[in-house]
Ligand binder design. Structure first.
Ligand code: FAD
Length: 391
């Protein structure tokens, strides 16, 4: 869309949040450059869930058809007891999600989502400066300070540089509004060609579905990605990583040992795992502000609202941030109105993202109940009835 008074926007970070903002702002007719520390564009990790609230936005941007090609479309969500694998809850996702929310629930490889977003940003004229590590923001000059390189000046700057945001540090000083939650995630992938050899694992390996195991002290999710060739699992346990270590390679046997009391199918899957990484899970405490008072800078994504991933909303909320910023930039007539737009963005987004952070924690508390009466009551209630509330 042409804009009569285009502005120059620099976004720090080419993660899922930064790319979404880049697409949305470029669509509203402004000039966008993304400054990224990595020498090559890419995304870490295997699977990611795209819930309908972000799928709807990706549809509006015209890239959902491309994503659907590489995505799995789960038929149902099944929650099982860790103890014997018995079904506690089964709910339809397809076609319910599209009927109710007008957009699908998808499972996809992170690399696919990232590359589709990159392609779309490039198609819209977004420029990338790779191998450029931002060390902070010069708010007076509205410029990104880049290690060993010239500053990158703009009319507006957005900090989408994730959990350990240098942009946020420039805004707030050293105080980090995120904190350890006490949980960490094991991330593993299993080739479904292996799983299909065993009768009790065939359904997991062939039916697109979203599988949960509710445990004591943790829970696990598993779903198919990459055309059904990979079963992607995220397994939550109490955090054992040192304080300042955010992710690390983990020991497969030590991981397996933690699940000796879990159902046979689950243990069987873990026996097929050859590599595992552990990720510290952090939550943001709501920050007083996401913006610089001069109105030329704002944060988005994990940099300002990191959340436990239990509702699959981290990246989805970052996509929403980008969409809201883009829609507001499209309506603004001049730079003063864009300053107002960033103010409105913050007001619109803070309460919603704080709710997501809180509800993800609450979900964890329920799914991690220790053995005992409360856990039995949880399982009873899930078995009886569990109305679905989505975003
Ligand atoms: P990031 O992805 O962290 O991207 C930040 C970018 O900035 C990176 O490219 C980085 O290299 C760059 N950068 C950092 N510092 C600098 C610097 N100083 N200078 C220049 N560049 C810099 N969300 C979902 O929606 N669905 C899910 O199913 C889901 N599952 C998850 C499972 C796990 C185990 C975890 C840990 C998270 C999950 N999430 C999920 C959350 C999701 O991954 C994040 O919320 C999302 O990726 C955040 O995107 P972001 O762009 O804000 O930050």
């Amino acid at each position: 869309m042409a804009n009569e008074s285009p502005v120059n926007v620099v976004i720090v970070g080419a993660g899922l949040g930064g790319l979404s903002a880049a697409i949305a702002i470029a669509r509203s007719g402004h000039r966008v450059k993304v400054v990224e520390q990595a020498p090559k564009l890419g995304e870490v990790g295997a699977g990611i869930q795209i819930p309908p609230n972000s799928a709807r936005i990706l549809e509006r941007w015209g890239i959902l058809p491309k994503l659907r090609e590489g995505a799995m479309h789960p038929e149902f969500i099944a929650i099982r007891s860790y103890r014997d694998g018995s079904l506690l809850s089964l709910q339809k996702l397809r076609p319910l999600m599209e009927d109710v929310y007008g957009a699908p629930y998808l499972h996809i490889h992170r690399a696919t989502l990232h590359s589709v977003l990159c392609d779309e940003a490039t198609r819209l004229g977004v420029k990338f400066q790779l191998g450029a590590t931002a060390t902070g923001i010069d708010f007076e000059k509205t410029a990104v300070k880049v290690k060993d390189q010239a500053d990158v000046a703009a009319d507006f700057i957005l900090g989408a540089d994730g959990l350990r945001s240098a942009c946020r540090e420039s805004l707030l000083g050293r105080s980090d509004p995120s904190h350890n939650t006490g949980d960490m995630a094991y991330r593993v992938v299993i080739p479904t060609s292996e799983m299909k050899k065993y009768k009790e694992l065939v359904d997991f390996a062939t039916i697109p579905s979203f599988n949960h195991w509710a445990g004591p002290g943790g829970h696990a999710v598993g779903y198919l990605i990459a055309g059904g060739s990979i079963f992607n699992m995220v397994i939550i346990v109490p955090d054992e990583l040192p304080d300042n270590v955010y992710s690390a390679k983990a020991n497969v046997n030590e991981m397996r040992d933690k699940f000796k009391c879990w159902c046979p199918e689950f243990r069987h899957m873990l026996r097929m795992v050859t590599d595992v990484s552990a990720w510290k899970l952090r939550n943001s405490t709501e920050m007083e502000t996401w913006r610089h008072p001069d109105g030329n800078f704002a944060l988005l994504g994990d940099a300002c609202h990191a959340t436990l991933p239990y509702l699959a909303q981290g990246a989805a909320q970052a996509v929403e941030d980008g969409a809201v910023i883009g829609a507001l930039f499209a309506k603004a007539q001049d730079k003063d109105e864009i300053k107002d737009a960033l103010n409105i963005y913050e007001r619109l987004r803070k309460s919603r993202t704080s709710r997501v952070v809180q509800e993800s924690s609450q979900y964890g508390a329920v799914m991690h109940l220790p053995d005992g009466e409360e856990q039995r009551e949880r399982d009873r209630q899930m078995t009886d009835h569990e109305p679905f509330e989505g975003y």
